[in-house]
Design a protein around this ligand. Sequence first.
Ligand code: DC
Length: 246
Amino acid sequence: MTAGQAEFGSLQIAIDGPAGAGKSTVSRKLAESLGYLYIDTGAMYRAATWLARKNHLDYSDAEGIARLASQTDIVLKPADESSEGRIRVFVDGEEVTKAIRTREITEWTSPVSALGPLRAVLVKKQQQLASNGSAVLDGRDIGTVVLPNAGLKIFLTASPEVRARRCLIDLEKQGETAVFDELLKAINERDHRDCTREVSPLTKSADAVEVSTDNLSVDEVVERLMDLVKSRLKANKQASGQPVQA
Ligand code: DC
């Protein structure tokens, strides 16, 4: 049993939503507060895209990309000072933490992540990683496909303008230059592709709680999610007849 399981109990938490809604930062902090495992599934799709590009595979080769991903170790490790708060990502031992966050990989990941055979490979890996039961997963299809029975499902949203502003700040931190209007256009296009693709489109699960992050700081969002987690765990305990502290 992990320290988090001992203190809080066990729960699979699914956090979905569009790019720039703040999912990664909030999910990582929530997982840290709970002592749970954090799985950034977007980083896995980015790593698979980086791998495909390195091997000169185009996204028309869906089977080739899926085969390559299934034969490769994609490993996520906790953030440290070197990764500026992002989880660290390794592809067959090579660190790609920064390489998967460039604008080029971001643009390529959208069509690559729409490939059904690749999704089948990565969804299976994600389900295996989450199988110990105390995990926070963030992505687009966690509540609908990866963990349809998750104990708590959150759908994080924010307006396209707020999300474009956050992307701009992220890119500038990495030393890239970007224009707000172009980022806004790219976000709207990516949203459209992610929401209308055939395989696992971004949709809010019927049983997800929607939280808008527009006017909230990261810590305020984490606090709100912590309250939701605590009340869900309390309800689960009551339902199973265990004593609940007032
Ligand atoms: O969350 P992110 O921006 O790092 O995600 C990168 C891309 O991967 C984005 O285009 C959406 C896609 N993605 C997905 O299709 N399914 C997931 N579970 C996570 C991300």
